[in-house]
Design a protein around this ligand. Structure first.
Ligand code: PBG
Length: 339
């Protein structure tokens, strides 16, 4: 005999395990949630430019601007008030200051070091990650020095070491080499220790992939490579085992935190590193990932705020401790509004 749906009762068949019981109310769901995203996990990247009272919106990153040091200080103050305490500093210098030797990278009086110093002096409580790489300063737009069309490793490392020492001297909490040259973590650790900067940490961009998701960032710093691509130093996105090798090396060379970058297409890499290593892991939710959500939201295709929260939570679920994200301030504002 055929029965209609209403006639089916628990006595007619029994489902002993019903996972929906644990999803029944918001309070139940909150209590059982496995992943927590807190402001303390987020790091806000800031683009700094020369001048005074300068603020230039970055077209490919709605809501994000390049700001002169004075305005950046105000921005940091606002973030700190919201409870957001960590910042990654990226200086953008004018084209006429860029050179093939990237000499501005190691100019003690240059924008990068000076703005870091001002931020440090004004906000002792902030956690500051200083970017170590040559692309913002190189007329070639590469992370290392170029010789005969090749990015040369060891000579680049020597400059990166010098850059990291200057950043440590003005009080960076972490120097963060994003250049992907071989051996730079060990070289920087030795130099820091020798100079007495034993408390300065190294946040290594260990598994940084050659990615098309960096496009908007390169607009922000006008740092796109002038020839070729970055595939001879950044990783091939087809590889995961290689990320283990990079991380293992960086740990042995003295890294305090390792990073996977980008984040969203690389959640498997984060997870497998999490399972294999005990070191803190950071993930960089990069500019292109930010832009995708922003533009999709602007087009009315998705709810941008919810999508951002979902993406950031997924990065935590994969196993990242820290997330570098352009959504950090927005998240801080949202969380403050909930209090
Ligand atoms: C370069 C650097 C890049 C980013 C951070 N540091 C881009 C690149 O490798 O060309 C990208 C960050 C982002 O896209 O948000 N040292």
């Amino acid at each position: 005999m055929k029965k209609n749906a209403a006639a089916i009762s628990s006595s007619t068949f029994s489902i002993r395990t019903r996972l929906r019981r644990n999803r029944r109310t918001d309070a139940i769901r909150q209590g059982l949630s496995e992943t927590h995203l807190a402001l303390e996990n987020l790091v806000m990247p800031l683009f700094i430019c020369e001048g005074c009272k300068e603020s230039t919106p970055i077209k490919a990153m709605p809501g994000i601007s390049r700001m002169s040091t004075d305005l950046s200080l105000e921005e940091i103050e606002k973030c700190l008030k919201l409870g957001l305490k960590s910042f990654a500093i990226f200086p953008a210098i004018s084209d006429d200051k860029k050179s093939s030797q990237a000499t501005e990278a190691t100019n003690e009086k240059g924008l990068g070091i000076q703005c870091l110093k001002k931020i440090r002096d004004e906000f002792p409580e902030a956690v500051l990650y200083a970017d170590v790489a040559l692309d913002p300063f190189s007329s070639d737009g590469h992370d290392g020095l170029v010789k005969n069309g090749k990015i040369i490793n060891d000579e680049s490392v020597a400059v990166l070491v010098e850059m990291a020492l200057l950043q440590a001297a003005v009080g960076a909490d972490y120097v963060a080499p994003s250049d992907m040259m071989d051996g730079r973590i060990g070289a920087i650790r030795s130099a820091l220790d020798k100079a007495g900067f034993v408390d300065t940490g190294i946040m290594a961009y260990s598994a940084k992939y050659a990615s098309s998701f960096y496009g908007p960032f390169r607009e922000a710093l006008a740092s796109a490579p002038k020839f070729g691509d970055k595939k001879t130093y950044q990783m091939d996105y087809r590889n995961r085992r290689e990320a283990h090798r990079e991380v293992r090396l960086d740990i042995n060379e003295g890294a305090d935190i390792v990073m996977v970058k980008p984040a969203l297409s690389y959640l498997d890499v984060i997870l497998s590193l999490r399972q294999r290593f005990d070191i803190p892991i950071a993930a960089y939710n990069v500019s292109g990932e930010y832009a995708m959500i922003k533009f999709a939201a602007q087009a009315g295709a998705i709810d941008g705020e919810k999508a951002a929260l979902e993406c950031l939570t997924s990065i935590r679920r994969a196993g990242a401790d820290l997330i570098f994200t352009y959504f950090a301030k927005e998240m801080a504002q949202k969380m403050a509004a909930l209090l």
